[in-house]
Design a protein around this ligand. Structure first.
Ligand code: UDP
Length: 319
């Protein structure tokens, strides 16, 4: 099997490349290295890397023609990057997916689109189900351009299925974490872990009572592969994540405990952290009923185990 992974040098993409090559697949990576790192995949033999953008239609067409399946992960992600560069976010996320869908449809290659729990927006439901409404904030708050751009990607992918029976599946990822995730663009676990290891105060934004469910990349990646291999899921959207919420303050305390750090916690107002244009969602937890019924998915790795893997990696790399 030959697979194209867009965004394959990124955090989740590189773990996907590990898993695909371990299964004997030949992998092609298309990544512009804007947030990905070549070091994430340089240890892999059965991978051909093309350093280019998903906006380069000719390259995408050539690659799609030569593979059997396409995992589309390339996107502008990370709250900091999104609020700093909303134009780039919207263009990359929408045009890149348009091109990938057009070309995979041309050659009838199944496409898995990675989307995000952000599309649920600021809905206040206790858990989000795939057919729930998406409640996105106003356009002058730039954070929402990420959710809106990924929602358009989903609309487009599902329209290709509806109108052309082009095989697609959408995976909505909920706060995937683990080794190789960078804290540069705002992600909380690598950020707070680095701060704890360096003896700096842990920066908790807002009152710290907002909650998230963190899922281990090593649990998420096999689910992506199963969704690709199973044609019964075509045309569907699936949540993937963990259903154990933790507040960000409790997370910070756990990181301090597991690193043995003497750091304390510093609460920072959102405006100070991200500037104007930021708006956080209070709670975010997935219903995993649909994906469990479809492919038997259930998260396996505890938050403590996840943190230990991230701490071990950051210690090894000396940041
Ligand atoms: N956050 C924080 N300190 C940081 C980075 C993030 O308190 O240094 C908070 C952020 O405001 C959000 C949560 O942690 O409430 C998760 O942030 P992240 O960017 O990792 O993911 P999000 O769920 O916002 O996409």
């Amino acid at each position: 099997m030959r697979a194209l992974v867009t965004g394959g040098a990124g955090f989740i993409g590189s773990h996907l490349c590990d898993a695909l090559t371990a299964r004997g697949h030949e992998v092609f990576v298309l990544d512009n290295l804007s947030t990905g790192r070549f070091q994430n995949i340089e240890h892999l033999d059965n991978v051909t890397s093309i350093i280019d953008s998903t906006l380069n239609k000719e390259i995408v067409r050539d690659l799609v023609r030569d593979v059997d399946v396409v995992y589309h992960l390339a996107a502008t992600v990370g709250v900091q990057l999104v609020v700093d560069a909303p134009i780039q976010t919207i263009q990359n996320n929408i045009q890149g997916t348009e091109i990938l869908l057009e070309e995979t449809c041309r050659y009838r290659r199944k496409l898995l689109l990675t989307s995000t729990s952000e599309v649920y927006g600021k809905s206040m439901q206790a858990v989000f189900r795939e057919d729930d409404d998406c409640i996105i904030g106003p356009p002058h708050r730039h954070r929402w351009c990420y959710a809106a751009s990924k929602a358009i990607d989903e609309f487009l992918a599902l329209s290709y299925w509806h109108e052309k029976r082009h095989p697609v599946v959408v995976a909505r990822l909920f706060n995937t974490v683990g080794p190789r995730q960078t804290g540069r663009y705002g992600m909380v676990i690598p950020n707070l872990t680095r701060q704890a290891l360096q003896g700096e105060p842990l920066t908790v934004f807002g009152d710290g009572q907002q909650s998230r469910c963190f899922s281990y990349v090593g649990d998420v990646v096999p689910a992506l592969i199963t969704l690709m291999e199973d044609d019964a899921v075509n045309g569907e959207v699936y949540n993937i994540g963990s259903d154990h919420p933790v507040t960000i303050e409790a997370l910070a305390k756990l990181i301090i405990e597991r690193t043995g750090s003497s750091s304390d916690i510093r609460f920072i107002p959102y405006e100070e952290a991200y500037g104007y244009g930021y708006e956080d969602m209070r709670h975010r937890a997935p219903s995993l009923e649909k994906i469990h019924a479809a492919i038997g998915y259930a998260p396996q790795t505890s938050l403590e185990e996840i943190l230990d893997s991230v701490i071990a990696e950051l210690r090894k790399n000396e940041f």
